[in-house]
Write a protein that binds this ligand. Structure first.
Ligand code: PLP
Length: 468
């Protein structure tokens, strides 16, 4: 298989356009078996991230995406998004440092944590990362002391009567009725507030949450303008769906959002609009495959056992990633995961099955009850849509290793993004239609004098290290 070096530790395997993910998984499993390895591994499809970027540019052309690094700080993903021209939402010194290493201009970074450590504000000042959010008075005093020239964005609490996967309003956001007083404090301190942000919550379940929040923002915009602020930034936060088959589609959200933006922030109002998608960019790109390391057959019904009646058994499988690793998403992200077999037996009878992580904790359960054919130790299970809030907070509790990470991409997409990947291959062999995308920031077409175009960074030689 052809591959391309995308920086230290990241070899991108290129494959034919449209090759099904399960085929790629099966090949990787065969490779693992050949090496007598039974480790869990990720297959990260960088082409999927590119597709998401293209789709965003197409469906939300007025909104610049600032990827929320916390969702998955995987370096090749950050590097790729930087190359495409995305901005970044960072919440700490470390996250800011990470994206600065990729040459991202500071105008494309927002420090979007309303409650920041002083030393981190000083770091942002030193690096000239000017945009940062706040939602309380104490934060204003801190910013006044550490970075008086910061460009502040007031994070408001959006209307909460909508379904979300993870609530955030319990922790952040100034209630719109308190916005006037807080903005007056900013005026008194002679601070520069440039606009409004909100975050509807992660994994929004109803598109109307976005339009309601845009409307609430417009009201606070008016308050700011009546106080004499020259607001020109609206940050619509994150919460966009990360894969098809969720409660709502990205298309629905985009439609509702565009209507609201055009109504409350029409282009002639000259407001720069940014968003902070996390899940959206990475969820579907990452596929996790785990190996069954142990197995137990149990009776399903104690009464039947006592009466020595034969009954259908149930199976417990122990796999080599769990809630202390990638499946922390079950606890922190309230995620639902779905297992499928890598090599499915045909017409096999199905049994009650539970799936457990590898640690010694009884909490470490991945699926409580599913129906699967009987499997063997050494078989693999596959979990799609595992890119958001998985690797980011995984630990090595109990000495359990983190899964290996493999990267892949459709050859067409990759060669279009990085034409020198094509050169190595000799002329005339690229087949199929070259898809959609353009390297560089598509959104540069939107008029924002303040935003310098992203430099094309990062195309690299083999030695190129992520950190040097
Ligand atoms: C977590 C977070 C995001 C990303 O949220 P998603 O639901 O993953 O899109 C964006 N902005 C802020 C401030 C966040 O805390």
């Amino acid at each position: 298989m052809r591959s391309y070096n995308f920086g230290k530790g990241c070899k991108v395997e290129l494959h034919g356009h449209g090759k099904p993910i399960m085929e790629i998984v099966q090949e990787k499993v065969a490779e693992m078996e050949l090496k007598h390895k039974e480790d869990a591994f990720y297959l990260a499809d960088l082409g999927d991230v590119v597709k998401k970027y293209e789709k965003w540019s197409e469906l939300l052309p007025r909104v610049e995406p600032f990827y929320a690094v916390k969702c998955n700080p995987d370096l090749p993903v950050l590097k790729l998004l930087a190359h495409l021209g995305a901005g970044f939402d960072c919440a700490s010194k470390d996250e800011i440092a990470k994206v600065l290493k990729f040459g991202v201009p500071t105008s494309k970074i927002i420090y979007a944590n309303p409650c920041k450590q002083n030393a981190f504000i000083r770091y942002a000042a030193k690096q000239d990362v000017q945009m940062m959010t706040f939602d309380n008075e104490a934060e204003l005093y801190k910013v006044k002391a550490a970075f008086p020239n910061a460009r502040l964005v007031l994070r408001i609490l959006p209307p909460a009567n909508f379904k979300v996967q993870c609530e955030l309003g319990n922790k952040f956001g100034c209630h719109p009725k308190d916005a006037r007083a807080l903005l007056m404090k900013a005026l008194e301190l002679d601070l520069n507030v440039i606009g409004i942000s909100f975050h509807c919550g992660s994994g929004v379940g109803e598109a109307a949450a976005f339009s309601a929040a845009v409307e609430a923002s417009a009201e606070v915009f008016d308050i700011g303008q009546s106080l004499g602020f020259d607001f020109d930034l609206l940050d619509i936060g994150g919460g966009f769906p990360g894969h098809a088959g969720g409660a709502i589609s990205f298309e629905e959200v985009a439609e509702v959002l565009n209507d609201a933006l055009n109504k409350y922030f029409p282009p002639k109002r000259n407001v720069r609009i940014i968003g902070e998608p996390g899940r959206y960019f990475v969820s579907s790109a990452f596929n996790l495959t785990v190996s069954i390391i142990a197995k137990r057959m149990v009776a399903t019904d104690a009464k039947a056992v006592a009466l020595e009646r034969s009954e259908e058994p149930a199976f417990m499988y122990y796999v080599n990633d769990g809630v202390y690793g990638s499946f922390n998403c079950l606890l922190y992200d309230h995620a639902k995961v779905e297992a499928s077999l890598v090599n499915a037996p045909v017409n096999a009878m199905e049994f009650r099955t539970s799936i457990w992580g590898p640690t010694c904790d009884g909490l470490d359960q991945i699926l409580k009850e599913v129906r699967l054919p009987e499997l063997c130790v050494g078989d693999y299970l596959n979990f799609p849509n595992m890119g958001a809030y998985t690797v980011a907070a995984g630990t090595t509790f109990n000495g359990m290793p983190r899964p290996e990470m493999f990267y892949h991409c459709s050859e067409n997409v990759w060669c279009h993004l990085f034409p020198d990947a094509l050169k190595a291959k000799g002329p005339g062999r690229l087949t199929g239609k070259i898809p959609f995308l353009k390297a560089g920031h598509d959104l540069d077409k939107v008029e924002h004098e303040r935003v310098p175009p992203s430099p094309v960074v990062l195309l690299d030689a083999d030695e190129d290290a992520f950190f040097n």
